[in-house]
Design a protein around this ligand. Structure first.
Ligand SMILES: [Zn+2]
Ligand SMILES: [Zn+2]
Length: 797
């Protein structure tokens, strides 16, 4: 330790230290926490927000400083994720107190944009306390809760840089805002009924505001109407989840006959889950997921005696359930007292609507009334979706509460890189230095509004994080709207094959798990040693991740709908061997021609017809259209070649009479999974190596088995799943015998299928393989952008 930083005052040595704290330390009440901590330890010094980091200086006895340093991490507020960037001894100064200095702009921004937070227990208690000045106020929040990502317009995160800029604080709120002992110290979205946002209710011949608006909304819901309710990241369409006629009207007017609708449950009983338990089969994993601070939609099996009508998720066994997360949702559900359908207020496939006037214009035919508020939403964030597969939570859609989703990279990028993702379920990602950020789910890029939001999120993420992309990576498919946009930007452009991106996203995520280093670094008495240890540990962790990313060899099954392959056919049933930057296609399925090309994605019967024709079986329809189609197919007209397992699932769903034409993406496969049941043997699909040593599985026996009408549908569906899981294991074993690898990965949209994924994981483990299925980023195209970043860097590096 530097001797001049140590003085002797009345025989006690005192020292001074400076910490730079990184990680998620802004928008989470960290400065006030440091201030109060310093007071408790009777230390003098300062705390200051830099751009994205927090500077702490404190002086006192070394032993006390050690304890203080420890608490900076271990006692941090729940939403904070601090780490020590650096810790140094500094000269002692004349200081009598601990002060909070005004924010300063630092040169090297390390911004962390916080996601939106659910209503904390303290605020909830106040909201329900008739004596509190925020009693029943739907916009109550504090440093530990409230919107962030959807409200921040610029960094640093200060009130003028949020959509609360136009709400001047009343004296009572200002006093709380300025008092470091108050739990609302510098809570940027701070508001109360006097100075903050208000509700308004709008129907054809009705207008009300404040408490009356809430009451009018409840009355409309009780009448069975659909109300568009403005929340945190956009509008929901809400109606009574127990009212079959109301649900039918909502489905009818939204032209959404079958797509499963999410349900928001009242927070009731001890732990808040009683009402959920009445309807759904909770276990420890789904319960934890529901109560997660991101308050996501969780797919949970319905009880046999559930009162929820089948119309909520026709033909499916699971319900997308969530708990109220904003104060407004808490109030709504509390007063309504029973579950509400809460589906995204959008036009099919587009991002959720956020603007009051636009919502009225575009949802006017679906909703009979609107519950608005006047706190603007800076950018949309749909609800996040999670599913428990093989006992672990898997993110299927990153949205409100989770995104922007930040990752540390095990390498340093030479310059900022933007990844624009795929076409369906689009999300984008931005990477710079050793950081990557995945945006919330944007949607399908077919509609103009989707493209608009896509461009806005790209601009916003760069602006918020203070990063300007110097190159772009897109999917190899030149027809994707994201690829076309990328090609027009005048920046160096990389193209990454769809399944290479899927595989690299998985390999990257798995490399994060491979390290067991504790991120909480304990501070010792000797600053120099501490810093060295910390740097060494962090270095070792990055190195371990880099090693596993570069050295591990993988066999990754990338099964999905379709993605443009290296040979210009449509892939989607491949296994790739290697590691990021070096993938080799080693296994696949027997290719078949898809009659009608893209239309086959929405019309599973086309895949079914193709499988029958390829197998020499008659197709069930001999209508003129079918005969014309067959002739076109025979001549290869508009019938691209594919190996996609997603299309095999489609075919199976049609052959079993479950779904000929899909009204939402993935309908056929989801129905097939839901119906599968019973004891039946798997079918060994023939495997052979083609002329280029590709191990090809032949699905022909499946098309015969699916047509065996004497076997119950449930069993045939089960046999289909079992046979595909077994194919994974047999392909893995065959390849491992010639070309050993370290682990097997499963990714691509097909593995959102819990039954298939669990069967495959079990059987792979039984065969002695290490396995990995994505958890942190979606295995569907929502995680594609992350993989594009990794693949590009590993290829170039
Ligand atoms: Zn709160
Ligand atoms: Zn106020």
């Amino acid at each position: 330790m530097n001797s001049d930083s140590r003085h002797s005052v009345r025989g006690t040595a005192i020292a001074a230290r400076r910490w730079l704290m990184g990680g998620r330390v802004q928008g989470v009440g960290y400065r006030a926490f440091v201030f109060n901590l310093a007071q408790r330890y009777r230390l003098s010094g300062v705390v200051q927000n830099l751009t994205g980091e927090v500077l702490v200086e404190a002086q006192g006895e070394p032993g006390v400083l050690d304890a203080f340093a420890d608490a900076l991490i271990s006692a941090a507020p729940p939403l904070a994720r601090p780490h020590v960037v650096s810790c140094l001894p500094i000269p002692l100064r004349e200081l009598n107190s601990f002060e909070i200095l005004p924010s300063a702009v630092s040169l090297h921004a390390q911004v962390h944009v916080p996601p939106d937070n659910f209503l904390c227990d303290d605020c909830r208690r106040e909201m329900l306390d008739p004596g509190d000045r925020r009693y029943r106020y739907p916009f109550i929040n504090c440093t530990q809760c409230g919107p962030r990502y959807t409200l921040i317009t610029r960094m640093p995160y200060d009130r003028p840089n949020t959509t609360m800029a136009d709400f001047p604080l009343c004296p009572a709120c200002r006093a709380e805002y300025e008092d470091p002992h108050n739990r609302r110290f510098h809570a940027q979205p701070l508001a109360c009924p006097v100075c903050g946002p208000q509700l308004s209710f709008v129907a054809a011949h009705e207008y009300s505001s404040g408490d009356t608006a809430l009451a009018d909304c409840i009355a409309a819901l009780r009448r069975g109407e659909t109300v568009a309710v403005k929340g945190i990241g956009g509008y929901h369409l809400m109606c009574d989840a127990l009212n079959t006629a109301a649900i039918a009207r909502l489905r009818d007017s939204k032209h959404r006959p079958h797509k499963p609708l999410a349900v928001m449950f009242p927070w009731q009983g001890a732990g808040g889950l009683q009402r959920v338990r009445d309807e759904l089969l909770l276990d420890a994993a789904t319960e934890a997921a529901l109560c997660d601070k991101s308050r996501p939609i969780v797919l949970i099996p319905k009880r046999a005696d559930s009162a929820l009508p089948d119309a909520i998720a026709p033909g499916l066994r699971e319900i997308g359930a969530m708990l109220p997360y904003s104060p407004l949702h808490h109030l709504l559900l509390e007063y309504f007292g029973s579950p509400l359908v809460a589906t995204s207020g959008n036009v099919s496939g587009e991002p959720v609507l956020t603007d009051n006037a636009e919502a009225e214009a575009r949802l006017g035919k679906v909703a009979q009334s609107f519950l608005h508020h006047n706190r603007p939403i800076a950018r949309p964030a749909d609800d996040s979706v999670l599913r428990v597969i093989a006992g672990k939570l898997r993110l299927l859609r990153a949205g409100r509460g989770i995104a922007p989703l930040e990752f540390d990279l095990p390498f340093t990028l030479p310059q900022p890189l933007l990844a624009v993702g795929g076409h369906m379920k689009n999300a984008i990602a931005l990477a710079w230095n050793n950081r990557a950020v995945l945006s919330p789910h944007i949607g399908d890029l077919d509609a103009p509004r989707s493209l608009e939001i896509f461009e806005q999120v790209i601009a916003d993420l760069q602006q918020l994080y203070g990063v300007k992309a110097q190159s772009i990576v897109c999917d190899a498919h030149p027809g994707y709207a994201s690829s076309r946009w990328a090609a027009k930007q005048g920046l160096p452009l990389y193209r990454v094959q769809h399944h290479h991106a899927h595989a690299s996203a998985l390999a990257f995520e798995a490399s994060l798990d491979s390290s067991n280093f504790n991120s909480k670094v304990r501070q010792g008495g000797n600053e120099q040693v501490t810093q060295t240890v910390q740097t060494a540990r962090q270095g070792a962790r990055e190195e371990a991740n880099a090693v596993s990313l570069k050295k591990w060899s993988w066999l990754i099954f990338t099964w999905d709908g379709v993605g443009l392959g290296e040979d210009d056919t449509l892939w989607g049933g491949e296994a790739l061997l290697g590691r990021p930057g070096k993938w080799k296609r080693v296994a696949s399925f027997k290719p078949f021609r898809l009659p009608g090309g893209e239309r086959a994605g929405r019309e599973p019967w086309r895949s079914a017809a193709a499988l029958c024709w390829e197998s020499g079986l008659a197709w069930k329809s001999n209508a003129r259209d079918a005969l014309l189609l067959k002739s076109a197919w025979q001549h290869g007209l508009n019938a691209p070649v594919t190996t996609a397992v997603g299309r095999l699932f489609d075919a199976a769903s049609s052959l079993l009479g479950l779904c000929d034409t899909a009204s939402y993406e993935g309908q056929g496969p989801m129905l097939l999974e839901a119906v599968a049941q019973g004891e039946i043997e798997a079918i060994d699909l023939p495997l052979h190596e083609d002329e280029s040593n590709l191990l090809v599985a032949d699905w022909t026996p499946l098309s015969h088995a699916l047509r065996r009408d004497e076997v119950p549908v449930a069993q045939r569906a089960m046999q289909f799943h079992l046979s595909l899981a077994q194919t994974i294991v047999r392909q893995a074993q065959h390849i491992h015998a010639h070309m050993p690898f370290d682990a097997v990965g499963l990714t691509g949209g097909v593995f959102q299928n819990k039954l298939l994924a669990e069967l495959a994981l079990q059987q792979l483990a039984a065969a002695g393989f290490e396995t990995y299925l994505p958890q942190q980023a979606p295995c569907n195209d929502g995680g594609l952008a992350l993989g594009q970043l990794i693949e590009t860097n590993c290829r170039n590096g």
